[in-house]
Design a protein around this ligand. Structure first.
Ligand SMILES: NC(=O)c1ccc[n+]([C@@H]2O[C@H](COP(=O)([O-])OP(=O)(O)OC[C@H]3O[C@@H](n4cnc5c(N)ncnc54)[C@H](OP(=O)(O)O)[C@@H]3O)[C@@H](O)[C@H]2O)c1
Length: 322
């Protein structure tokens, strides 16, 4: 089978698409039709992610495809359309082997390409907003990195979970158009976002900040919160890990809330199934739109992963595997 392989830790450009043996062992064998690309894939190509597999390894944390074979007691069977999580490698291959409890039935109204772009981000964002962020009906949400994978997921999910206004923060007009298409009610540029948000909200600020970027905008994010607001710490694509002067939390009655979806799922059996059940209901009822990913062919895996590192990615990025 063909697979996107990391053979040396020299970044996305060093990814090679080569022939390797199909995986063997216990689990569900899936003919992969599409594989999601996420920021950790870029970090893995440089050995910079918290999980550091030794090369050679196959990239890919999330897939959509068709079950080829499954253990008799599994909840899926041969021929089922599925989406799944490899946690965290092995997905960018024509065939993948997954634990049954990391696989879900793909809703009929989702294509393989949309399905491959769902799990990693939508489960994280669902956990962020509904569980860690305690999103209430009618609240306003500000989303950093809004044209990225986590960002477009937050723009789609926040209204479905009750937010009445979702403000996107982006670095360019072009990314603003991507954010609007994903559901943003308002778009502001990263440069000067604090003042723009104050103006948009009549000086009140927002109830929740979704922050996958971190870096030097963090203090202005805290200043953009309304009283009792929550800032959700999701990632640090901006590079720098910010620090918090905790007097700011006291003065405005605000929270900085950590979101570690993978760590939570790893320690809470059944959490993935519960989170997926909530998302599935939103998809099948039509309350949540499918992602509209930017699709690259498997042969262009290096360019696909590089687009996240070099900041040119447009929304969620997915590889077409066959
Ligand atoms: N905590 C969790 O459980 C969890 C789960 C999944 C992902 N994550 C993390 O969430 C973050 C976002 O992942 P993603 O897949 O959404 O990434 P992505 O698609 O590449 O989006 C990230 C966004 O960050 C912004 N950005 C700002 N400075 C950047 C820089 N120097 N380099 C690259 N991007 C920059 C970009 O928007 P602008 O150009 O518009 O600024 C970009 O659209 C990652 O750190 C990832 O590890 C965390």
């Amino acid at each position: 089978m063909r697979a996107a392989r990391v053979t040396r830790l020299d970044g996305p450009e060093a990814i090679e698409v080569t022939d390797i043996d199909e995986p063997t062992g216990d689990g569900v064998v899936v003919d992969v039709h599409a594989a999601g690309v996420a920021f950790p894939d870029a970090l893995l190509t440089r050995g910079l992610y918290q999980y550091r597999p030794d090369p050679p390894f196959t990239l890919g944390a999330e897939i959509a495809g068709v079950v080829r074979s499954a253990p008799q007691d599994a909840h899926v069977q041969a021929g089922d359309r599925v989406l799944g999580l490899t946690m965290l490698t092995g997905g960018m291959a024509e065939v993948a082997l997954l634990a049954p409890d990391r696989l879900f039935k793909l809703p009929d109204n989702l294509s393989f390409e949309a399905g491959a772009g769902v799990l990693f981000n939508d489960l994280t964002v669902y956990f962020s907003l509904a569980v860690r962020g305690r999103l209430q009906q009618g609240e306003t949400v500000l989303v950093h990195g809004a044209a990225g994978g986590i960002g477009t997921s937050a723009l789609r999910l926040a209204p479905a979970l009750g937010a009445s206004r979702v403000i996107a923060v982006v670095s360019s007009e072009e990314k603003g158009r991507i954010a609007t298409a994903a559901g943003a009610t308002d778009v502001v540029l990263a440069d000067g976002f604090k003042d723009a948000v104050k103006e948009l909200t009549g000086g009140r600020g927002v109830d929740i900040v979704v922050d996958p970027v971190g870096g030097d905008r963090f203090t202005d994010s805290l200043r953009s919160l309304a009283p009792a607001g929550r800032l959700l710490v999701i990632g640090f694509t901006g590079g720098e890990i910010p620090t918090v002067k905790v007097n700011r939390l006291l003065l405005n009655n605000i929270d900085v809330v950590g979101v570690g979806w993978g760590a939570w799922a790893g320690r809470h059996p059944g959490a993935l199934q519960e989170q997926w059940a909530a998302l599935e209901e939103l998809f099948t009822s039509g309350k949540l739109a499918a992602p509209e990913p930017e699709v690259f062919p498997l042969d262009d895996a290096a360019a696909a992963v590089a687009s996240l590192e070099n900041r040119s990615a447009k929304g969620k990025v997915v590889l077409r595997m066959r």
